[in-house]
Design a protein around this ligand. Structure first.
Ligand code: NAD
Length: 364
């Protein structure tokens, strides 16, 4: 398969963790006989330094040509007091908008070796393997009217939740198709007992279910979902939800996995003519300036983002599974970075990347 991938290392630990993710991606491509075309671009603080813009036009053009984009992290302390438009983080909004990614995917896997890092009891977290699909470009974060007006006791704040049928359908399709490739169970999250937008959401998702007879659909109210995620996370496979609910529940999901250095994410848009889903893949963590350049950064979230790319953008489930199993093997070996309770001397970023490559060979 032809894999056209743009790499945006960004700032801080971004270049260190993406270097290891790329090492793994190259190894997978060579081992399974895929033709990997890698390009690199500037985003964030490094882009401001070299071009004056956090999101140069050249980067936008390259992202539109690529099937998938792998991003490290952006943000440098020297820009902390800069106005929003001149901050590295503005580059993130730019690339998301350019790619038109409307579905944010947060896979949450409870690795056995990290069960003790979760604040929940081991027997609750063990076996958790779910994906939260959050609608990313609509809902209450974008609806109008919005604003604060008036004064005194009459001063009022207004936000508006709006969803169109088309917006609900496209994100629900991503979720149905993911479920189809996994355990074939989709949970749609809403607040349809109170909100009209949620009533439309529930109706549209239910209608779409007729096109996916192999997927079992259930609906759950968001308040119950918040409870079930920590009472019985194993019951979930794929969850789909509006922007606001996804923002909150994806952080709750993150707690299940144990460490911020372990969390990958994917943002998905429409399909390219090749069949690949346009996708932006990045670790959930930031640029961690406190440990940048010291070889201490945990690259497993970035490497997990490569697994997500292989699975979601390219449909390469065998390769993605091999990367995920290799991550698990490295965690079990205890040769991990300082943030994950290593056995003995903490491993460096490069050593962890190489260990994943070695584990792909020994486990596949
Ligand atoms: P952060 O995620 O960068 O760091 C929080 C803490 O977690 C730090 O102590 C850091 O050392 C640790 N950490 C993070 N990733 C790690 C890893 N892979 N391995 C080991 N330890 C890790 O969050 P922050 O400190 O709030 O933000 C730093 C900068 O990153 C800011 O400029 C912020 O705006 C930016 N940021 C960017 C993104 C992104 O690029 N998507 C996301 C969040 C924050």
């Amino acid at each position: 398969m032809q894999l056209n991938v743009l790499v945006l290392p960004g700032d801080g630990i971004g270049p260190e963790v993406t270097a290891e993710a790329v090492r793994v991606l190259k190894h997978v491509a060579a081992r399974w006989g895929h033709n990997l075309r890698l390009t690199e671009g500037l985003l964030g603080g490094v882009a401001i330094h070299q071009t004056g813009s956090p999101f140069p036009e050249e980067t936008a053009a390259r992202a539109l040509e690529a099937d998938a984009t792998l991003l490290g992290a952006v943000g440098l302390p020297e820009f902390d007091s800069a106005p929003p438009a001149q901050r590295p983080e503005r580059g993130l909004l730019g690339i998301r908008k350019t790619l038109g990614v409307y579905a944010n995917l947060r896979p949450v896997r409870a690795y056995k070796a990290l069960l003790d890092s979760s604040p929940l009891k081991n027997d609750i977290v063990d076996g958790t393997d779910l994906i939260i699909v959050r609608e990313l470009t609509g809902g209450i974060y974008y609806g109008t009217p919005r604003g604060i007006s008036g004064s005194g006791p009459e001063e009022r704040g207004v936000n508006t939740e709006v969803y169109t049928r088309a917006e609900i359908e496209r994100v629900a399709r991503v979720a149905f198709e993911l479920a189809r490739r996994r355990r074939k169970k989709l949970t749609s999250v809403d607040k349809s007992n109170v909100l009209e937008t949620s009533q439309l959401w529930r109706r549209v998702v239910s209608e779409l279910a007729a096109e996916y007879p192999d997927v079992t659909l259930e609906h759950i109210l968001v308040d119950n979902c918040a409870m079930q995620l920590i009472l019985n996370p194993r019951r979930f496979d794929v969850l789909v939800m509006p922007n606001l609910f996804g923002d909150i529940l994806s952080d709750e999901g993150a707690v299940l996995a144990g460490s911020i250095g372990m969390l990958p994410s994917a943002s998905i848009g429409d399909r390219r003519p090749s069949g690949a889903w346009v996708g932006l893949y990045e670790p959930v963590h930031g640029s961690a300036p406190d440990i940048a350049g010291q070889g201490k950064a945990n690259p497993l979230a970035a490497i997990g983002s490569v697994a997500a790319m292989l699975e979601y953008s390219f449909g390469l489930t065998e390769e993605a599974g091999a990367v995920n199993r290799a991550i698990e093997a490295v965690l079990e070996s205890g040769r991990v970075t300082a943030d994950l309770k290593p056995r003995g001397r903490p491993a460096t970023t490069v050593e962890v990347g190489q260990a994943v490559v070695d584990a792909i060979d020994s486990k596949s």
